[in-house]
Design a protein around this ligand. Structure first.
Ligand code: KIV
Length: 304
């Protein structure tokens, strides 16, 4: 069974993130980054990534349904199932100690009746130990967010470009550029807050609109393609590490090219195996001369 690590000792919690909101407005761009109240979020889908992110100081780790596209190879987020999300969330839980762990409710898991949606959210908490769930949509999710919150499951909202609506939206486009669109997003943001969400993701919306929503809401806004004025930022970890095969959106700054590092390492390994350069004698075990130290050599994987 998964258990949420102990609170305290710098553990990020929902109340702590809410507290930061009031301080964010006063932290200027030139202030010491160590004092910044900005909320740093990234996605993760497996144990090693979660550990690296957590130990590097990320505040919120999201098991995003972007899993479907960047880790499972689907061309949208729609196919990923609740069981698959829970499987990955459990691995991320094992690698996350300090960050707040949030999981995306996948498409179809909260779109029929509220009772079933609540049961699905409860599975995330009980089976994967997540501390909050994220649902896409604004005014339409009012009742659901209120019900989950009432059941003590903190909810992160998500408005603007909501990838699960790709078929309804007709593609992945910036939202809220027209007056009507901007007004709808403002109504959506207010509804998500009124329903009890503790934070809201603003995806692919004009900077000016994101800034207005951020000023108006009491809960933190987490931007992705929404400019620098949000209370926090999130990126898909594969995008920022250079681990994707498709073109990434302009907001997805690439901080490393891990894809190239992996390709280079694997090409060298191929060459070494084919040329007999790997393994060397020092990388081999020897029979008949079992010394004390060799006996004690830790072998991580079992040898058949
Ligand atoms: O699924 C995801 O990774 C997300 C983030 C982009 C916010 O929803």
């Amino acid at each position: 069974m998964s258990v949420v690590p102990n609170q305290g000792n710098g553990k990020i919690t929902v109340p702590e993130l809410l507290q930061r909101k009031s301080s964010t407005a006063t932290s200027s761009e030139n202030s010491n980054p160590a004092d910044s109240k900005k909320i740093v979020c990234l996605t993760a889908y497996d144990y090693p990534t979660a550990r690296l992110l957590d130990e590097a100081g990320v505040d919120v780790i999201l098991v995003g349904d972007s899993l479907a596209m960047v880790a499972l190879g689907y061309d949208s987020t729609l196919p990923v199932t609740l069981d698959e999300m829970i499987h990955h969330a459990r691995a991320v839980r094992r690698g996350t100690k300090r960050a707040l762990l949030v999981a995306d409710m996948p498409f179809g898991s909260y779109h029929s009746d509220t009772a079933e949606s609540l049961r699905n959210a409860v599975r995330f908490v009980k089976e994967a130990g997540v501390e909050a769930v994220k649902v896409e949509g604004g005014e339409r999710r009012l009742e659901l967010i209120a019900r989950l919150t009432e059941a003590e499951i903190p909810v992160m909202g998500h408005i603007g470009l909501t990838p699960q609506s790709v078929n309804a939206l007709g593609g992945y486009r910036v939202q809220g550029k027209t007056t009507d669109g901007a007004e709808q997003l403002l109504r959506d943001a207010r509804a998500v807050e009124a329903a009890g969400a503790f934070a809201i993701v603003l995806e692919a919306v004009p900077r000016e609109l994101a800034a207005q929503i951020t000023r108006e809401l009491r809960i933190p806004t987490i931007g992705i393609g929404a400019g620098p004025d949000c209370d926090g930022q999130i990126l898909v970890v594969h995008d920022m590490l250079g681990l994707t095969f498709e073109q990434t959106p302009k907001f997805a700054r690439k901080y490393a090219n891990v894809g190239e590092v992996i390709s280079g390492a694997v090409r060298t390994y191929c060459e070494d195996v084919r040329s007999g350069n790997f393994p060397s004698d020092r990388e081999s075990y020897h029979s008949g001369s079992s010394t004390k130290s060799e006996k004690g050599d830790p072998v991580r994987i079992s040898i058949c």
